[in-house]
Design a protein around this ligand. Sequence first.
Ligand code: SF4
Ligand code: SF4
Length: 339
Amino acid sequence: MVGHAPEDALRHGYWRKLICGASNQDLAAVTDLAWVYTRAGIHCIDVAPDPAVVAAARQGIAAALHPGQPSPWLMVSLNDDTDPHFRKAHFDPRRCPEDCPRPCEATCPVAAISATGVAMARCYGCGRCLSVCPLGLIEERPWRLERSQLLKILETCQPEALEIHTRPGAVAPFTHLLTLLQPLLPRLRLLAVSAGGPLAQLIPYLWQLHGLLVKQPVPHLWQLDGRPMSGDLGRGTAHAAVALALGVSRHGPPGQLQVAGGVNQHTQTLLQRHGLAGRGERPPAVVGMAFGGAARQLLSPWLTAAQARGKPLHQHPDLADMAVGQAQALLNLPGWVGG
Ligand code: SF4
Ligand code: SF4
């Protein structure tokens, strides 16, 4: 066996997701993360709504897949907090010295920069060019993403799954974003909703969202964010995510649950201790785990070592094998024999 299809992993409770990081736009690192975790059997890779990042992740996935191995899904994360805000780069090309080697142009992943400045329609505010100008001429300007542009970006990314990050009390912006996404939903394999917060507020909010989600043409999953942005580094951090899952499994709406935010190598044991993980034929309360900081930190020594040798990690078999071994141990997938 070389891995489970993502749908099977969800159904049987082995779902593993890699969170690349909503602000992780280091394309080389995204490719390496996608490569290593695809080799380790990941089912989904969650990235920023950035066509260049999506392309980098797809490149890593394609290079890593074994013959017959089901491809992990690419998930793009969005925030429902008012309209999504984006930024644009700007500079006045008349101030550029003629002999400038133009590092800004070389840095831009979508060729938005030319001798006439930044092409606004092309720039999607990734920010890569901001720090490369030796004269500091490039600035960022806030820019509100119009409906049609968000859809256009998502059309370019063609993700298999979307995730909406929300918070208790945000039903109006959530509904607004869900309405906006309608044209894309029938093509998706999964719509995840990520939320955390005190259970007393979270439970009624999830019930409110449940009323909206059951009418959608795509299956949904609740991502329970135990400790958003806390880092996933110690045994204690795993408890927050599991405690949230316990509360939602008892009092929350129907739907598959997946823990995140504080997920690490201790989480599965904790889920089992609380009767939330899959055992035997009984469908588990929690179908999976999303690894963020723990997954990225695990690879950081290997990424640094590869960088020092001047090539991507996956092009160094000695380092890559060790990185894959560690990633496999973290994911702890039953029956996985890839590598
Ligand atoms: S922020 Fe800069 S590098 Fe990024 S897309 Fe815009 S112009 Fe290109
Ligand atoms: S790096 Fe700075 S000075 Fe050089 S072309 Fe780009 S914006 Fe102009």
